[in-house]
Ligand binder design. Sequence first.
Ligand SMILES: [Zn+2]
Length: 367
Amino acid sequence: MRSSASFPRVIVIANFVVVAVAVLGLMLQSSSGRPVPGPPAAVRIVQSAQPTPAEPVPTVAEPPGVVSTPEFAKQVKANELGLVPVLMYHRILKKRFASIDRTPDQLRRELEKLAKQGYWPITAKEFATGDIRVPAGRFPVVLTFDDGHASHFRLDASGNPAPDTAVGVLLDVARRYPEFRPVATLWINHDPFGLRKPEEQAAAVRWLIDHGFEVANHTWSHPNLAALRKKKVKEQIVRLERLLKKLGAGPAVTLALPFGAMPHPKKIARHGEWDGTTYDFAGVFLAGAEPSLSPYAKKFDPVAIQRIQSNGNKGECRKWCSQYWLGWLNKHPGDRYVSDGDPTKISIPQRLQGNIAPKRRGQLVVY
Ligand SMILES: [Zn+2]
């Protein structure tokens, strides 16, 4: 009895120590005059002081703070008006039924390739809002999973992500490649991850949110929004917004259009109201078929953000799936988004100066 009673006290003390250390660290960082990016480090460290799960969930520290200058940006070949791959996954199944299904091995190989090539995952929300915190010289990638399929996420009996799910595979890759940040966006419908019980849905979504994942809106029942009346489109979005709110993930900041189909008029995909509930997304995502423009680009359209289907190089996919595009980006490094490591600045080569969105001009570093 005594030992179980003293357990929480140990955690409290451990928390106090890590908070004190982290606060001290933050103070030292701020006094050096460098920007202190992101949420305080203390928040993440406290989480790791909780009872250790069977397989610790890897966490990646915020990139070190840097101040971009033209010399530094040139040295790391920064190009924050370059293209960003937003990868789109559907079911992750040992035996594929449809061409858009991927096996856990195919997912693992693609994630390992991204890790080796210097990609750094960010969420769709971080991308759409322009909150891109990626180390200098590295490339952002957005990993997105559609339809809230059971193969994307499941907590096992001990409360840890099951290893054969998409999230389980991502966490395992991050354990092997400690610089690969394990975050993704999961766009769900009314039955997230095949779970029926509200408390199971809430526990799954809570785990994801607590570990930096984004859970967001893919409409209530996955209709073709291009074929629906305005009011029905808004109802589809609002009903899922209400579920997300109930599960602790709302209001959503991003929406993925089912089948990539745009409603009419287009603007109701982004803002709207139904039955007294409003929605207002920073980004609305399509279903294909090329890398996205940078969110800082003048031509970036937040209501029609391009994605790339994860797939091999065969048939229809010869020109627009992930194997093709990731290869293309490697062959065209000058067209790819390369971070300057400074989330407050937008560093670009001089030749791209005309492409910046006017409201972002004040953040420019040009070399
Ligand atoms: Zn879908």
